[in-house]
Design a protein around this ligand. Structure first.
Ligand code: COA
Length: 257
């Protein structure tokens, strides 16, 4: 598959997806959103891929937002469609992947860029990273899940302030808010993330996929997260991974998933 705006690297169970529009600070245009959907769908179906990293090319930006040039002359209806399509193709789509997907925030993560990082299962930032939802400074509101996922991650008051002020926060502040799990030096980003991926890969991919679903279900309106957990917990007992995991424990060896 040929992609114009993204690069893919695969090794040792890892897939690194790099958004590659550095001259536009990796701003998300329509084509990039479609390409990300296609590659993530393919990687999520590939049993050899156990962890996905998402990052931006260069050292300046993860993603500096949705591509403003693409929507400057949109009508109300076109704006609504833009948001709806983005949710469906990329943001909700990533959140619901069953392969762990980690955002490596290697610089600016603004607007749609922060929303993209927040749709990932968790986040690691570099020291130079800056994060914010600047949409209200453009006369907009966040349209790719920011009004929902930011309060889930940092709490309602901090999210309200970030959205109202449109200001950027530093990587350290993002960590203290719970928006990112770790802050590392730029040159350590991949090796550090690889260590976490190695730990994830020791565990059952089937169980991890089910755990992701149940965690997400708890944040969905009309779905009882506890019922989801009960159902998904039960379904684990029917899997080869459960047999392997429990047998390995009893035989005092490491499981091979
Ligand atoms: N959409 C489209 N183009 C963007 C963009 C975006 N969200 N963010 C950056 N770019 C482009 C700039 O227009 C510029 O292109 P040009 O060289 O053709 O003029 C290029 O990327 C480099 O950005 P520049 O603004 O020159 O870099 P900077 O270091 O001075 O500032 C930012 C960096 C991130 C502070 C600034 O680019 C910015 O504020 N971007 C918009 C952020 C935003 O509002 N995002 C939310 C969108 S909903």
């Amino acid at each position: 598959m040929y992609f114009k705006n993204i690069l893919i690297e695969e090794y040792d169970g890892l897939a690194i997806v790099t958004i590659n529009r550095p001259e536009k600070l990796n701003a998300l245009n329509n084509e990039t959103i479609t390409e990300l959907h296609e590659i993530l769908d393919e990687l999520n179906r590939d049993e050899n891929v156990r962890v996905i990293f998402l990052r931006g090319s260069g050292e300046k930006a993860f993603v500096a937002g949705a591509d403003i040039l693409e929507f400057v002359d949109f009508s109300q209806e076109e704006g609504q469609q833009l948001s709806e399509k983005g949710h469906y193709l990329l943001f909700d789509f990533i959140e619901n992947l069953t392969t762990p997907t980690i955002a490596l925030i290697n610089g600016f993560a603004l607007g749609g860029g922060l929303e993209l990082a927040m749709a990932c299962h968790f986040r690691i930032a570099t020291e130079n990273a800056k994060m914010g939802l600047p949409e209200t400074s453009l006369g907009l509101i966040p349209g790719y899940g920011g009004t929902q996922r930011l309060p889930q991650l940092v709490g309602k008051g901090k999210a309200m302030e970030m959205i109202m002020t449109a200001r950027m926060i530093s990587a350290e502040q993002a960590k203290s808010y719970g928006l990112v799990n770790y802050v590392v030096k730029q040159e350590n980003l991949i090796p550090f993330a690889e260590k976490i991926a190695e730990k994830i890969m020791r565990n059952s991919p089937v169980a991890i996929g089910k755990a992701i679903k149940s965690v997400n279900d708890g944040f969905k309106n009309g779905i009882d997260g506890f019922q989801s957990e009960i159902r998904n917990f039960g379904s684990c007992f029917d899997t080869d991974d459960f047999i392997e995991g429990t047998n390995a424990f009893l035989e005092k060896r490491k499981p091979e998933f």
